[in-house]
Design a protein around this ligand. Structure first.
Ligand code: NDP
Ligand code: 8X3
Length: 252
């Protein structure tokens, strides 16, 4: 059965790889992100290549009013969302609390925690009413271990870990599946964003070992949606083979 899959942050990295993976299997997509031009290009290319229906929504997950009106205004044919992938997120900066940029903290908290909550609050009631649906939250190794200078980013991903468990408890009576996929280092635009456009610094994060590729994560996200109705994967921690923990890497 083909599904309707709603992906936040589909303009890049893991979200984009998920969009491709689900489209390749013939599923219809609602793709969201702030960069409208990228959304248009991605939508056109997926519709052409895979003959699926794609709707795009330019939205900032931090904008509560926009999130709710985008979901409320979905045409009837686009309302029965089967899979929600809460992927939009970012790290901004890497430094101590005592020297931290408060604006950076607020961006991370507003995007990674509040944004995920707004989107879930907008979409989950429909799933509960239909007694069918799957929420997949993209967490992180940063939500399992606190690492030096990761502080607020780690806290937001610990929050994603907690909210994944909470949504599962709250929606279990309706038979909703809730999964966290928690990756280690994946080479995307993540580090470029974290280091505020410093490409050299971003590239250095992935030097000397093979990081995960966004497609590796998309494969697992897709996999958890293929299991029988009575089977739910609660949590998957996926690391590059060369990464033993948040800070222990085998670099050549
Ligand atoms: P990218 O920077 O490549 O992608 C991030 C995506 O999130 C983009 O599509 C971006 O779209 C979207 N996004 C960011 N802020 C907002 C916002 N305010 N509103 C809407 N969309 C937003 O990074 P990744 O693919 O790596 O990151 C995806 C998720 O994976 C994040 O939650 C991240 O924390 C998590 N993660 C990443 C890891 C890594 O090593 N890369 C490891 C573990 C977890 P746009 O800019 O168009 O709005
Ligand atoms: C992204 C991976 O290790 O930089 O969540 O936190 S890490």
């Amino acid at each position: 059965m083909k599904k309707l899959v709603f992906i936040t942050g589909a303009t890049s990295g893991i979200g984009l790889a998920c969009a491709k993976k689900f489209a390749a299997d013939g599923n219809n997509l609602i793709l969201t992100g702030r960069r409208a031009e990228r959304l248009q290009e991605i939508s056109a290319s997926l519709q052409k290549e895979f003959d699926v229906n794609v709707k795009t929504i330019q939205m900032d997950v931090r904008d509560k009013a926009d999130v709710f009106s985008a979901v409320d205004d979905l045409p009837d044919a686009w309302q029965n969302i089967d899979v929600l992938i809460n992927n939009a997120g970012l790290a901004v900066g890497l430094g101590t609390i005592q020297e931290g940029e408060i604006d950076d903290w607020e961006r991370m908290i507003d995007t990674n925690v509040k944004g995920l909550l707004y989107v879930s609050r907008a979409i989950l009631p429909g799933m509960v009413a239909r007694k069918s649906g799957h929420v997949i939250n993209i967490g992180s190794i940063a939500g399992k271990e606190v690492y030096p200078n990761g502080n607020v980013y780690c806290a937001t991903k610990f929050a994603v870990d907690a909210l994944t468990k909470a949504i599962r408890i709250d929606a279990v009576q309706a038979g909703i599946k809730v999964t966290q996929i928690a990756p280690g280092a994946v080479e995307t635009e993540f580090s470029i964003v974290r280091f505020k456009g410093d490409k050299e610094k971003a590239d250095s994060v992935y030097k000397g070992f093979e990081p995960l590729h966004p497609e590796d994560i998309a494969d697992s996200v897709f996999y958890v949606t293929t299991l029988p109705p009575h089977v739910n994967i609660n949590d998957l921690l996926i690391m590059p083979t060369a990464q033993a923990s948040a800070t222990i890497l085998h670099k050549k």
